[in-house]
Write a protein that binds this ligand. Structure first.
Ligand SMILES: *[C@@H]1O[C@H](CO)[C@@H](O)[C@H](O)[C@H]1NC(C)=O
Ligand SMILES: *[C@@H]1O[C@H](CO)[C@@H](O)[C@H](O)[C@H]1NC(C)=O
Ligand SMILES: *[C@@H]1O[C@H](CO)[C@@H](O)[C@H](O)[C@H]1NC(C)=O
Ligand SMILES: *[C@@H]1O[C@H](CO)[C@@H](O)[C@H](O)[C@H]1NC(C)=O
Length: 203
């Protein structure tokens, strides 16, 4: 648990007005180009979750970064994530299923499906995951290629938030200064150079 982007609502068919013209087009098909764009290293910047359970989990995340490695044939993304919770680094790797047509990313964990709509704002150095459920359960999370987003990037996030009917005051931010995962990432890089794979990668 505690995957910032995967702290999603569990129902498989939410689609609350997913095509609402007044707001984001949530269901934008995912192409090979999209997968290439989200490939690489990302930092979790901020999120809002209305579902109390996920809101609580999000509050515990001090910092997080992760790598996406796409597999175009299988429509999956290999996710390797480094999350700092309770002054501890937790590493996990898993496979994320891409639904190209619906524009969703789905993750299976603890017997449940967690999924979100992939949103690519104008700035290719960021992306968002939207959980357009009803008001009580909705959520939006924001990622950037640097541990700190620029003012302009944050504005894009706030715009999407407002559009979904959520408030800036609800935003929970990560704090890169609290990140404790850098040494583990370095260690994994070293292992890679030596041709070894981090154990959890084989999951
Ligand atoms: C995604 O699209 C498929 C058809 O391609 C459909 O069967 C499924 O219900 C959709 N799922 C969601 C979550 O919209
Ligand atoms: C939303 O996405 C669908 C599917 O790609 C597309 O047909 C439609 O034109 C889009 N609507 C807007 C307002 O962008
Ligand atoms: C996406 O990439 C896969 C693997 O390279 C390829 O087989 C497929 O044809 C590509 N799809 C499109 C629409 O280009
Ligand atoms: C790691 O991933 C597995 C499989 O998805 C999941 O069951 C487990 O809860 C995750 N652990 C953490 C700390 O995220």
């Amino acid at each position: 648990m505690a995957l910032p982007w995967a702290l999603a609502v569990l129902s498989l068919f939410p689609l609350l007005d997913a095509h609402s013209p007044t707001c984001t087009n949530f269901s934008v098909p995912i192409t090979n180009a999209t997968l290439d764009q989200v490939s690489g290293k990302w930092f979790y910047i901020a999120s809002v979750f209305h579902l109390p359970e996920y809101k609580e989990s999000t509050k515990k995340i001090q910092a997080a970064f992760f790598y996406f490695a796409p597999n175009h044939e299988e429509d999956t993304l290999l996710l390797r994530e480094y999350t700092t919770i309770g002054n501890q680094c937790i590493y996990n790797s898993s496979s994320v299923k891409v639904d190209r047509e619906n524009g969703t990313l789905a993750k299976f964990a603890e017997g449940k499906v967690h999924f979100g709509y992939l949103l690519l704002p104008k700035d290719p150095k960021t992306f968002m995951l939207a959980f357009p459920e009803d008001k009580q359960n909705m959520g939006l999370s924001f990622y950037a290629d640097k541990p700190e987003a620029t003012k302009e990037q944050m504005e894009q996030f706030y715009e999407h938030l407002a559009c979904m009917g959520m408030d800036k005051s609800e935003v929970i931010y990560s704090d890169e200064k609290k990140d404790l995962c850098e040494p583990l990432e370095k260690q994994h890089e070293e292992e890679r150079k030596k041709g070894e794979r981090p154990k959890a990668d084989t999951v």
